[in-house]
Ligand binder design. Structure first.
Ligand code: GLC
Length: 427
């Protein structure tokens, strides 16, 4: 364990809520996702030739960091090495890196410096596996190579955590063996416990994700939003477009809309989770215009609605109501993130406490508050057209901690008595 408590280490992450994931490497040149080497079974020597073309001439770490800030993101995670084994930093572990090939640049250093300059927390993604090693695929047939894969991983962690200053988040990935003959205990295979211990020794404040086959600090549901228990850090990572392509894919018709992205962010925040949104710059390192525009749109939305997202706590609305809006909480304030606009009124069922003030955060306009049976709060005077085309937020201020009616007798609302269910139940 780290000598710094989990609570302390997780604090910034809990505030942050929104981060940028960047998948970029040799595969970006082939324009069909980061799994292309394996999917198409490209031999090592042939794949290696890509490094001769990989100059990163359009990769501008400063512009990437600026864009992340404009998007309202608070941290970033860059693929320092993906499963193809190509390293974007000045490593001594392998010569398959961006310093000793065409680019002649340490992209990790550029990225780390840019993040710091723009006030972003620094995350590094590091693939456990290296597809180029036969021992990764068949550890029993190639035991020396298998040992090398593990030793390389440990040595790379050592470099990344000693040569680049303070790293806030270490993001492992790909700890499983894809087509091996038998089931391995992968935590044993990677010597994960030993590695984690060393990581906390080198950087005691760091957060480590759960992909070393031990839980460590963060859960990382992929392409879906699944909340962890309260108190445990979690982050939902998602592609901005096609689910199968984290790396650049020229044809990307499945790009999400701004309202989908905002809704995902809001859903993650409503369960105290973060949204790690991925983009794949092209082979030269250029960010696709459509992606940049979507990120900026999110930033504009966050400028107005950020107080409902950053550092928010969870408040579960009644399950059946979840479709209409999700909700975040801060002290005695609730924020309703409205998915379906029901002007001129919006009805919220099962409220035990009554708000003293309702404001449409999107415009600052105050709303009427009325009450009906079954704890229904009726918000009135909502503009007929939602003031934000993607998502409006309503702020409800209470005098004390807001609470919902606990429906123990699930039929009592039929008689307008949802509020007195406990007393009504036979003992
Ligand atoms: C999956 C993909 C991998 C990607 C990762 C991001 O594991 O296989 O390519 O880097 O998701 O979470």
């Amino acid at each position: 364990m780290s000598k710094i408590s989990y609570q302390q280490r997780i604090q910034w992450f809990h505030q942050a809520r929104f981060g940028l994931f960047i998948h970029w490497g040799l595969y970006s040149l082939l324009e069909r996702g980061e799994w292309v080497m394996f999917h198409e079974r490209i031999p090592v020597d042939e794949y290696r030739l890509l490094a001769d073309q990989f100059t990163g001439e359009a990769f501008d770490a400063d512009a990437v960091a600026r864009l992340a800030v404009e998007a309202g993101m608070k941290y970033a995670v860059l693929t320092t090495r993906h499963h193809d084994g190509f390293c974007l930093w000045d490593t001594n572990v392998t010569d398959f890196n961006s310093i000793q090939t065409a680019a002649g640049r340490d992209f990790v250093r550029e990225y780390v410096q840019a993040c710091r300059a723009h006030g972003l927390r620094v995350g590094l993604y590091l693939s456990n596996k290296d597809w180029r090693e036969p021992g990764y695929w068949e550890p029993e047939l190639y035991p020396e190579s298998a040992a090398k894969v593990v030793n390389d991983l440990h040595a790379m962690v050592e470099e990344l955590l000693t040569e680049y200053g303070k790293i806030d988040l270490l993001w492992f990935d790909g700890s499983w063996i894809d087509v091996g003959r038998k089931k391995y205990d992968m935590a044993e295979f990677w010597q994960s416990k030993k590695l984690l211990k060393r990581i906390y020794q080198l950087q005691p404040h760091i957060l480590v994700n759960n992909r070393l086959e031990i839980p460590a600090d963060l859960d990382t549901p992929e392409q879906q939003i699944i909340a962890s228990e309260s108190g445990r850090g979690w982050e939902s990572c998602m592609t901005i477009g096609d689910e199968a392509a984290w790396g650049y894919s020229r044809h990307n018709p499945m790009r999400k809309t701004a309202s989908q992205l905002i809704r995902n962010l809001s859903m993650a925040a409503s369960s105290e989770g973060n949204y790690l949104l991925n983009i794949g710059p092209d082979g030269q390192g250029r960010i696709v215009d459509e992606d940049a525009a979507l990120l900026r749109r999110m930033g504009d939305w966050l400028k107005i609605h950020g107080q409902a997202i950053y550092g928010s706590e969870r408040f579960e609305l009644s399950k059946t109501f979840y479709n209409q809006c999700s909700c975040t909480k801060k002290g005695n304030t609730l924020y309703l993130h409205v998915n379906r606009w029901t002007a001129p009124e919006m009805v919220l069922p099962l409220f035990e406490t009554r708000p003293i003030k309702a404001t449409l955060l999107t415009t600052g306009q105050s709303l009427d508050i009325n009450e009906k049976s079954n704890g229904r709060i009726v918000l009135g005077r909502l503009p007929m057209v939602p003031a934000d085309p993607d998502m409006c937020v309503i702020q409800l201020d209470f005098e004390r901690e807001p609470a919902l009616i606990n429906e123990i007798d699930h039929a009592s609302w039929l008689y307008g008595q949802a509020a007195v269910v406990e007393a009504a139940l036979p003992t």
